[in-house]
Design a protein around this ligand. Sequence first.
Ligand code: PLP
Length: 389
Amino acid sequence: MKVIYLDNNATTKVDEAVFEEMRPYLTELYGNPSSMHYFGGQVQKKVDEARKRVASLIGAQPEEIIFTACGTESDNAAIKSALEVFPNRRHVITTRVEHPAVLTFCRGLSKHGYRVTELNVDSKGRLDMDELRASIDENTAVVSVMYANNETGVIFPVEEVGRIVKEKGALFHTDAVQAVGKIPLNMAASSIDMLSLSGHKLHAPKGIGILYVRKGVPFRPFLVGGHQEKSRRAGTENTASIIALGKACELAESHLVDENVRVKGMRDRLESELLRLIPASRINGGGAERLPNTVSIAFEYVEGELILLYLSELGICASSGSACTSGSLEPSHVLRAMGVPFTCAHGSIRFSLSRYTTDDEIDTVIRELPPIIRRGREMSPFGRDLLKG
Ligand code: PLP
């Protein structure tokens, strides 16, 4: 069965060119970049090149890039560092729609005497900036607001957030795991102090990420031990994956226009055709600024898991807006924060495209999904009422 992979916000395929770039550094050039000998030195040079490539994609300087193991580590490290930098500030601000890598970490802080504010979003998933202005004060150590949401693709006005944060002298971190490689970012002209990125969302392998820390911003390491990464992140470098990430960032930079034109064109077509063909459907975050590759679409009176199952039988990979917790299907915290009605949130499906997505694949989904939704609705009393119209 041919796989139609439309779950790229969950993870992406490693680009062939990325794999070719990393392969020798697993089997032949396996030296430790910290070693004094020439064998390790060659690897160090390639790590330096990768650092430059990553920096270039986000308009940063190479020294501002710290390689980590994943987006989650970068998120945790950024927030923890800010709290150590400002030991007397006991307030943290984040949003209700963050990825658990930020949200769970922040919620854990409230057990250690910190006050944690979770900013609300409106029905389109847009951030309540007035609430931010009202919440931030001289006791705030760090504000962590994501660049773009993984479920809906809604983009937050992070530069404006950063300017507000600066006025209070706090640090600003953004989780840009879903934004990097999909939209242009330029740290050279930015109010962001720290930014997280994850390799496996942009066609590099899993298990590699970065934390960007602006020059001059104080930083306290999360992992301590050896002197790797200028003592900012201990642990022998994951050299092959770092090199892979460098190549992936170079490719992402060259495909940015494509992502914003061709990929967005396919996403928009998928969205408008599904809305046209399927009654009682709506876009979660529709009307807000969104990533070009993401659509979260709600179909009323049908279970998301059922839709995913039927799609999966056809080789179509997507994800739902529900999380299966302790046997009950709860709508996701993101859709709940947006106030999406339960009847819609349960039937929400996310399609996330990549530069490998083809028009044919989009045609297949447009053809196959309407009868699936119909079948699903036939199974529920409200769904049947809707079909009778
Ligand atoms: N932040 C966001 C917005 C994400 O979408 C993800 C992964 O889904 C993460 C953080 C975690 O990244 P990683 O899987 O590299 O730990």
